[in-house]
Design a protein around this ligand. Structure first.
Ligand code: ACO
Length: 325
């Protein structure tokens, strides 16, 4: 018996506090024009004092459960993608489990920074395919603004906070309908630790410091389009699909220049690309589920459509996923 992980519902949460480029220009040496031209970002949501990654994640998860009409007691697995856990341990997924009251599940975190959601989706999909798990919650949630150095304008303007979640459930694959049946069709993951210094936080529990995010922006930019493009190309080849078969391209939302360059490489019209970077900035592992939730809520993404996800982040880590929604 083979199973497929079918998307039953998605949810999102963005903190109420919005910080515009103009707000940042009032406190650091930057401008709205510079940020928009280099990144496409207009504003970002910033977590309120007293709220943590688990709070954002729990709100997104509740919405995903409500929309999927799946009771919390049915959850077998919770996987959280985050680079900004509440505490060093326990895993923030366990805190979310407690807040949700999902006592029948087992829960853990996946850490792949901006690629985290694609990695977590892959982990959940493999548990479901193997038959070990029937119903799972996969969440991307971040409080990235807590890692920003206010004195480093080259990174302080790029990131925002938020959370997105998907409920996935196992459905048996019938061999006759396997090309049209809904669910996660594949995930492709990659990493290359030779680039660990291009994007990192200069602190952590083993170093006994908290640290700030550090990035060689040009180095990231140089590799992003090539690595993302390659992972999407491999995914399409794996399924014998062409870019024309993609109904919705939902990229990690780091920079509009990266998104546009990848879309151009595949000749994808902008109408089939979901963009939220202007409103959310880079929310790391939360950016893809936030974009999915936005595009499903406003009726763009519909059941049966082919959705392609991609991400690249610190490590470098990168990857893609193909979903029949
Ligand atoms: N406001 C105004 N000026 C700035 C700012 C700012 N916020 N930040 C940097 N500058 C200045 C620099 O000091 C530099 O000035 P100089 O020429 O006088 O020395 C000038 O702008 C150009 O700086 P660069 O770093 O060369 O700017 P660049 O065009 O490379 O853009 C950016 C910087 C936006 C970070 C770009 O490199 C980039 O987008 N890289 C991709 C990285 C990314 O998106 N990372 C997100 C995380 S990784 C991921 O999610 C894939």
């Amino acid at each position: 018996m083979t199973f497929r992980s079918v998307v039953k519902g998605c949810g999102a949460y963005l903190p109420e506090q919005v910080v515009t480029n103009h707000d940042l220009a009032a406190i650091m040496d930057t401008s709205h024009e510079w940020i928009v031209e280099r990144t496409g970002i207009h504003q970002r949501h910033v977590v309120e004092d007293g709220d943590y990654t688990s709070d954002l994640a729990t709100r997104a998860a509740r919405q995903a459960l409500l929309r999927s009409k799946i009771p919390v007691e049915s959850l077998d697995l919770i996987v959280l993608a985050t680079a900004t856990p509440d505490d060093t341990f326990p895993a923030t997924a366990v805190t979310i489990q407690q807040k949700l009251g999902a006592h029948a599940a087992f829960a853990f975190d996946v850490h792949a920074v901006c690629s985290g959601f694609v990695y977590a989706l892959s982990v959940v999909d493999n548990f479901i395919r193997s038959g070990q798990v029937k119903t799972a919650l996969v969440i991307g949630a971040e409080t990235m603004t807590r890692l920003l150095d206010p004195n480093d304008r080259s990174t302080a303007v790029l990131f925002g906070d938020g959370a997105g979640a998907l409920v996935l459930q196992a459905e048996e694959v019938s061999s006759k309908d396997k090309d049209t049946q809904r669910g996660v069709l594949s995930t492709h993951l990659y990493s290359d630790g030779r680039f660990r210094d291009a994007l990192y936080v200069d602190g952590g529990p083993s170093r006994k410091t908290m640290g700030y995010l550090r990035m060689q922006g040009k180095e990231v930019m140089k590799h992003a389009v090539e690595k993302i493009g390659d992972s999407v190309k491999k995914a399409l080849e794996f399924h014998k699909l062409t870019p024309q078969d993609i109904d919705w391209f939902v990229p990690h939302q780091a920079n509009i220049r990266i998104i546009n360059a990848v879309a151009k490489y595949f000749s994808l019209p902008t109408e089939r690309v979901v963009v939220t970077v202007d409103q959310h900035a880079n929310t790391s592992a939360a950016s893809i589920p936030l974009a999915l939730a936005a595009a499903e809520t406003d009726g763009r993404i519909k059941a049966g459509q082919l959705v392609v996800l991609e991400a690249m982040g610190a490590g470098f880590t990168w990857g893609s996923a193909v979903i029949r929604w």
